[in-house]
Write a new protein. Structure first.
Ligand code: FES
Ligand code: FE2
Ligand code: FE2
Lengths: 318, 66
């Protein structure tokens, strides 16, 4: 993947600095949320697959780590403020963490993009959604993989069992992000990793940044696992709606196969994540219980904001 | 340290949800069809409302609990 297009002063500075590490001078402030989001997304990406036109050593460049830290602090503060504002009781009895997760998911009233796809979306809207989603799905479970060494025994075993399925149970053809890439190709979109980052709306970048932030910091392991649980717990029914919508629009084939796989897989994963990962983590590390719920809330919240933005933009076009 | 410190049952019943089954190679459904299993854990539907029996598809969550 090549470096993304700048969206303001900070990302312009960052992209120049990544391409040309000798460049001196300090980072300007961000011009906008968009500028901030693409900058943090780019800095995180250095720890995933990187960019062919960036210096690989930039991942641990102290100046860039300073910029990343400021952006991460701003993001985390924003996410925690929303969590505090939601006023959810974040002190579940430890044995009840899986139930508390279920309650959180059950009371989620964000709009459903999958519903819209199933019933009303036209072909262009679905393709636009798939381009946006590709930023996430071509990475899919990678942020959670960083958490493995940071977990106690039971949660670690359960996370690896879940990830084994995400990574195709040993068969590269079944690796979930690869299935999504095949799906993109089949509907005539570009399948390379990061192909549509320049099209990503800030709500989408923020959704991805939150997942990477949680995955990359040991301190945020509880939030990372709560985020994973909420994701898995809200996947199988919407995935089925995606299949119905794709089929309705004549987009059956590998793309609907991707969602079809998630109907079944995530009906399993949600229990592994809520009970065997989050439940045992809270049991072993009680201070993580509230963090698990914060992560789960954030997953639902950023998705709701993304869905609201997409549906709003489509509404305006009508 | 004993050889087994943790409970790790092969079958787990989820309250109001599916039956989780670990390490199975095949499952026979109500019609007698045998399905190969290619995952370490599968979720078998217990509410009988799944659209892809014998597997759970999450439908149990939208059925009112009696
Ligand atoms: S138990 Fe999940 S759909 Fe029946
Ligand atoms: Fe997946
Ligand atoms: Fe999953």
């Amino acid at each position: 993947m090549r470096l993304p297009k700048p969206r303001g002063g900070l990302s312009e500075w960052l992209v120049a600095r990544l391409a040309e590490p000798e460049l001196s001078g300090s980072a300007p402030g961000a011009d906008s949320w968009d500028d901030e989001s693409i900058s943090l997304w780019t800095l995180h990406e250095l720890s995933f697959r990187g960019f062919e036109d960036a210096d690989d050593r930039a991942e641990w460049d102290p100046d860039l780590l300073g910029v990343r830290r400021d952006l991460e602090t701003a993001l985390e503060d924003r996410l925690r403020a929303r969590w505090a504002e939601a006023g959810v009781d974040a002190t579940p009895a430890l044995a009840d963490v899986p139930t508390a997760l279920e309650d959180l998911v059950a009371t989620d009233d964000g709009p459903s993009l999958a519903d819209f796809v199933r019933r009303r979306a036209d072909r262009d809207q679905v393709l636009e959604l798939l381009r946006q989603r590709s930023v996430y799905h071509l990475k899919e479970s990678d942020p959670s993989a960083f958490v493995v060494p940071r977990l106690p025994v039971r949660a670690k075993a359960a996370l690896v069992a879940l990830q084994f399925d995400e990574y195709g149970d040993g068969d590269p053809n079944r690796l979930h992000s690869h299935l999504f890439a095949r799906g993109l190709e089949a509907v005539g979109l570009r399948a390379e990793y990061g192909a549509y980052v320049d099209d990503a709306v800030p709500e989408n970048l923020e959704m991805n940044n939150a997942g990477s932030l949680f995955g990359l910091h040991r301190r945020l392991r509880g939030a990372a696992m709560g985020h994973l649980a909420a994701f898995e717990m809200t996947s199988s029914l919407p995935s089925r709606k995606m299949v119905q919508g794709l089929d309705r629009l004549g987009l059956e084939g590998p793309m609907s196969d991707y969602y079809d796989e998630h109907v079944e897989a995530d009906a399993i994963h949600e229990h592994l994540a809520a009970r065997d990962i989050c439940g045992t983590l809270a049991d072993d590390e009680p201070d993580q219980a509230a963090e698990i719920l914060f992560g789960a809330f954030t997953c639902l919240d950023v998705e709701a904001r993304f869905a609201t933005a997409m549906l709003g933009a489509w509404e305006d076009q009508r | 340290m004993s050889g087994r410190d943790f409970d790790h049952p092969d079958v787990v019943l989820v309250p109001h949800g599916p039956m989780l089954l670990r390490g199975a190679e095949s499952v026979q459904d109500l019609e007698g069809t045998v399905h190969a299993v290619d995952r370490p854990v599968v979720a078998l539907c217990r509410c009988e409302k799944s659209s892809r029996l014998p597997w759970c598809d999450g439908t149990h969550k939208v059925i009112p609990r009696s």
